[in-house]
Design a protein around this ligand. Structure first.
Ligand code: AHR
Length: 325
């Protein structure tokens, strides 16, 4: 019997529907079963990345023996918390949670743990000052967002042709881990280069239309912008629309760089309108299945199961567009 199994047998009260519950500093155990009732609490479905992630969980369900309970919080952290409440009440065995923002989803993580439900954070994380892998949730499965921002910055430094870079940054959802980390990764690299200046940085909430609107506004204040760094491809495509509407030529007089690797972004690279997109894979279903099964076997899971991402440019976009989403 390993440490987790022992802790998993300790009983607790207070949240109803409790299956197996850890001791004060332990994690809930996951009993080996023929089929599992699995919760996947998606945050929103307003972009291709989210749709691909949800599809990956649905596509994995049968082969991994999951009865999947999937919800969509429609862009509301409060609804995502209540979706988790409802999954706990339905007696899920395990929870996969992509927390929309770092702080507001912590109550969901804590309630799942208290109810004896092992939780895996997927793609986004929570504030590590408050909740930690190995204690409050089992593990974080996801990309290195700081690395992604650094890669975009390094590629930009190597490929920008002008003398002085006037940069507009379109940030993701305020308070989310990818927005925080992608900003840090990029800004820290750029801060070491005197010829690069970030003149404006504003959230477009990871959404195409908001990215376009924010870019339209920022273009008026900064008509001399020559680099746009968007924290995801949807905002980059929105920015390209705004630039073209304003008579600018993305890819010629403005370098647009971004993160994700969507089909539209790869097409924009092929069309010469975008320079680079650093991959952020949304295909978490198979990884979730593998890690969950290891956990059910009693294996100690690493706190961060890191996803390795690629870099798409004009050199390889055509090669990968058919597998993009
Ligand atoms: O958490 C990953 C980010 O969330 C993706 O880059 C973005 O497109 C999505 O909404």
């Amino acid at each position: 019997m390993n440490r987790r199994t022992i802790l998993g047998t300790v009983a607790a009260v207070g949240f109803g529907m409790i299956t197996s519950v850890a001791g004060a500093d332990g994690l809930p155990a996951l009993e080996k079963k023929e089929r599992y009732k699995v919760g996947f609490a998606q945050m929103e479905s307003n972009n291709p990345w989210r749709i691909a992630e949800t599809k990956s969980f649905h596509d994995t369900a049968e082969s991994c023996n999951w009865d999947l309970v999937a919800t969509d919080a429609a862009g509301s952290a409060a609804k995502q918390v209540s979706d988790v409440d409802s999954m706990i009440a339905q007696g899920i065995d395990v929870l996969f949670l992509p927390p929309r923002e770092e702080k507001p989803l912590i109550p969901a993580v804590m309630k799942a743990r208290a109810a004896g439900i092992p939780t895996f954070l997927v793609d986004r994380s929570v504030d590590s000052n408050v909740a930690q892998a190995g204690e409050h949730y089992v593990s974080f499965l996801g990309s290195d967002f700081i690395w992604q921002g650094q890669q975009v910055a390094e590629w930009t430094l190597e490929n920008f042709k002008g003398e002085k870079g006037i940069i507009v940054e379109l940030e993701g959802t305020t308070g989310s881990s990818p927005a925080n980390d992608r900003r840090k990764g990029f800004d820290d690299v750029m801060a070491q280069h005197d010829n690069m200046e970030i003149v404006a940085s504003q959230s477009g909430d990871f959404a195409r239309d908001l990215g376009r609107q924010v870019m339209e506004t920022l273009l008026q204040a900064h008509p001399d912008v020559n680099i746009v760094y968007a924290h995801n491809d949807e905002m980059a495509i929105g920015a390209i629309q705004a630039l073209e509407l304003a008579g600018r030529k993305p890819g010629e007089d403005v370098l647009v760089v971004s993160i994700d690797g969507t089909r539209d972004a790869l097409q924009a690279i092929i069309d010469g309108k975008m320079g680079v997109t650093v991959e952020s894979s949304p295909f978490f279903g198979p990884l979730a299945c593998e890690v969950m099964n290891r956990y059910a076997e009693g294996e100690e899971i690493e706190p961060w199961v890191q996803v390795k991402d690629r870099i798409f440019t004009a050199d390889n976009a055509a090669e990968f567009i058919d597998e993009a989403y």
